[in-house]
Design a binder for this molecule. Structure first.
Ligand code: FMN
Length: 316
C-alpha cells in the first residue's frame, strides 16, 4: 500500500514560512497548509497579504486556506489566487474563534448544508485548483448530519475533506473523536484526511490506516522533525533544540514584518517549549519579551544554565 500523505496543519500565526523551513530542513512533509487567510482582506489588498501569500519553499506542496463567512468573497479570493503556484485551496469550516463564527465563517458554515453547498458551488466555478475543506463534526455529535453535509460538499466538487473530530467550540481538553473519521471515510467517495491529538511518529503511522492522509498541527511545532521520524528518514542522534530555536527567530526576522514578530514567536514557543522539562518556566520568560533579540538572550541563558535541556533524541 502506498504511504499516506502527511500534512502540516493550517495554524494561525504559526504555519508560515519559518515553520515550513524548519520542517523542510529535516526532510519535509507532503503538504504544507497556510495560516487561514481572510478572503476579504486578500481581495481588498490588505497590508499584510504578501506575507500570507508567501508560498516558498515548495509551492507545489503549498495549500492556501481561506476563511470568510461570505460566499462571494471566497469565490473572488479563489479567482485572485488562481495564478499562484500551489497544491490547492482549502476552505476553513472548522475555526470556532468567536469573531470568525460571528462573521459566519469557520464552523458556522456547518449550520446550513444548503448555504455551505451553494458557497462551494460558487467557489468551484472560479478555480481549477484542487478544492478541499477542513471541518469539525459540527455543532453536535450527529454522524448522519456530518455525512449529509460532506456529501453535499462532495457533490459540489470538493475533492478532499479534513476532519478535526471535535464539535464546535470544543477545546483541546476533551480528546478528538477519531471514530468519526473512520465512519465518515466509509460513507464518502472523496479522500478524508484525519487530524487531531496525534502525539508521536508511531501514532502518525498507526492513524494512517484510519484515513487517507494524516494532518499534524501542534506536534509539528514542538517537533518539526516529526514527519521525518514517521517516515523513518535519517535524523541526527541528538537534535539541537537551541539551534532550532535560534534559527526560528532568525527566520521570523527575515520573513515576517516586525508587527508580527512578538505574537508569532510567542505562539511558536507555546508548543516548542513542550520539549523542555522546565517548559512553563521558559514560556513565562519568553512571554515577557517583545523583541526577538531579547528572546534570543533568554534562550541562550536558559541553555547555558540547563545544558541537559539542549538536545532531543532523534530516535523513535
Ligand atoms: C494555534 C493554532 C492555530 C490554528 N489555526 C487554524 C487555522 O488557521 N485554520 C484551521 O483550519 N485550523 C486551525 N487550527 C486547528 C489545527 O489545524 C488542528 O485542526 C488542531 O490543532 C488539531 O490538530 P493537532 O492536535 O495536531 O494540533 C489551529 C490550531 C492551533 C493550535
Amino acid at each position: 500500500m502506498a504511504e499516506k500523505p502527511f500534512l502540516l496543519a493550517p495554524m494561525a500565526e504559526i504555519s508560515h514560512r519559518a515553520l515550513r523551513e524548519l520542517v523542510a530542513g529535516f526532510g519535509g512533509c507532503d503538504e504544507y497548509f497556510s495560516e487561514m487567510i481572510s478572503a476579504g482582506a486578500l481581495i481588498s489588498g490588505g497590508r499584510y497579504e504578501s506575507w500570507y501569500l508567501d508560498n516558498a519553499l515548495e509551492p507545489e506542496k503549498f495549500v492556501y486556506q481561506l476563511v470568510s463567512g461570505n460566499a462571494e468573497r471566497l469565490a473572488n479570493a479563489a479567482s485572485f489566487l488562481e495564478p499562484y503556484e500551489c497544491a490547492g485551496f482549502d476552505i476553513n469550516m472548522g475555526c470556532s474563534a468567536p469573531p470568525i463564527i460571528r462573521a459566519g465563517g469557520g464552523v458556522q458554515w456547518m449550520t446550513s448544508i444548503d448555504k455551505a453547498g451553494d458557497m462551494i458551488a460558487r467557489v468551484r466555478k472560479r478555480t481549477k485548483r484542487r478544492l478541499s475543506v477542513k471541518l469539525r463534526i459540527g455543532f453536535a455529535y450527529d454522524l448522519d448530519y456530518l455525512v449529509s453535509f460532506c456529501k453535499r460538499l462532495e457533490d459540489e466538487g470538493v475533492e478532499r475533506i479534513t476532519l478535526h473530530p471535535r464539535i464546535a467550540r470544543e477545546k483541546f481538553k476533551k480528546g478528538a473523536s477519531w471514530e468519526y473519521t473512520g465512519m465518515l471515510r466509509k460513507r464518502l467517495r472523496i479522500p478524508v484526511a484525519g487530524n487531531g491529538d496525534i502525539l508521536s511518529a508511531e501514532e502518525m503511522n498507526r492513524r494512517s490506516f484510519e484515513c487517507d492522509a494524516v494532518m499534524i498541527g501542534r506536534l509539528a511545532v514542538q517537533k518539526p522533525w516529526i514527519f521525518a521520524q514517521a517516515r523513518g528518514l535519517p535524523l541526527p542522534a541528538m537534535i539541537d533544540l537551541e539551534e532550532i530555536a535560534v534559527r526560528f527567530l532568525d527566520m521570523l526576522a527575515k520573513y515576517q514584518p516586525p508587527e508580527f514578530h512578538k505574537s508569532r514567536a510567542h505562539r511558536f514557543f507555546t508548543y516548542f517549549c513542550s520539549n523542555f522539562k522546565w517548559a512553563n518556566h521558559v514560556r513565562t520568560l519568553l512571554g515577557r519579551e517583545t523583541e526577538l533579540s531579547a528572546m534570543r538572550n533568554v534562550l541562550e541563558g536558559f541553555f547555558r544554565e540547563n545544558p541537559e535541556e539542549r538536545f532531543a533524541s532523534g530516535g523513535k
